[in-house]
Design a protein around this ligand. Structure first.
Ligand SMILES: C[S@@+](CC[C@H](N)C(=O)[O-])C[C@H]1O[C@@H](n2cnc3c(N)ncnc32)[C@H](O)[C@@H]1O
Length: 215
């Protein structure tokens, strides 16, 4: 299956799920189909995100990876010394992450960003590409709930596809506007950086890098 075909197939799954009023059911459908060899997860490149690698620093505090998928970003943070929790709404994704990294120090958890466990707060929160695969109310809730995971004194790093306000959102993944990036600060975070950049893909993709602090 080519990249284009795997993306088209994921888009069909997303469209069916959303049409039935289920914001997140298609992720489990996709990861479980991939585990059985019936699909390819289009974003699973089995490597830490290069923009995360460029920006994150070693630390010894607690960190959480939102929508961790198959675990590469979580493992990278753990290799830098962070005590990492990584969660995904898809049980199959979490199962595959645990299987790929047996003996890992990362605590892989099935959890829903739209209804996160009470009391979760972390020194570092990493959100990469989760908000951009959610729509409407779920998307707004995901932004607010991600920001709420930041402990006092903590930092939120966001990496997402970017679009201009007057640009169509196009097909899934649906890029974020500057206004959406700014809204990560609505729950009391201070924006440190919100900047767009062109990544190293061919052709390059416009993305946001956001850093926010809870003072
Ligand atoms: C586009 S993928 C990105 C995965 C990974 N962060 C990466 O950068 O490769 C979005 C991930 O978010 C997960 N996800 C979507 N909605 C979620 C939710 N409400 N709670 C937790 N995880 C969610 C999906 O299952 C998927 O693994």
């Amino acid at each position: 299956m080519s990249d284009d075909e795997s993306r088209a197939s994921a888009r069909e799954m997303a469209a069916r799920s959303l049409a039935s009023g289920d914001d997140t059911g298609w992720f489990e459908a996709l990861y479980s189909a991939a585990a059985e060899g019936r699909a390819i997860v289009p974003w699973a490149d089995l490597a830490a995100n290069p923009d995360l690698v460029e920006r994150v620093r070693p630390g010894s505090g607690s960190a959480v990876v939102v929508g961790c998928g198959l675990g590469d970003d979580a493992e990278y943070l753990a290799s830098l010394g962070w005590k990492v929790t990584a969660f995904d709404v898809s049980p199959s994704a979490v199962e595959q992450a645990r299987a790929r990294f047996g003996g890992s120090s990362v605590d892989y958890v099935v959890a829903d960003l739209l209804a996160p466990p009470a009391g979760w707060a972390f020194d570092l929160v990493v959100e990469i590409y989760t908000v951009q695969v959610l729509t409407a109310g779920a998307r707004r809730a995901a932004i607010a709930n991600t920001a709420a995971l930041v402990a006092p004194g903590g930092t939120l790093l966001v990496i997402a596809r970017a679009r201009a306000d007057d640009e169509s959102e196009g097909l899934m993944p649906w890029p974020l506007t500057r206004g959406e990036m700014e809204s990560f600060a609505d729950g009391g975070l201070r924006p440190v950086t919100i900047a767009d950049f062109l990544d190293g893909e061919d052709p390059p993709v416009r993305r946001w890098h956001g850093e926010f602090r809870r003072d």
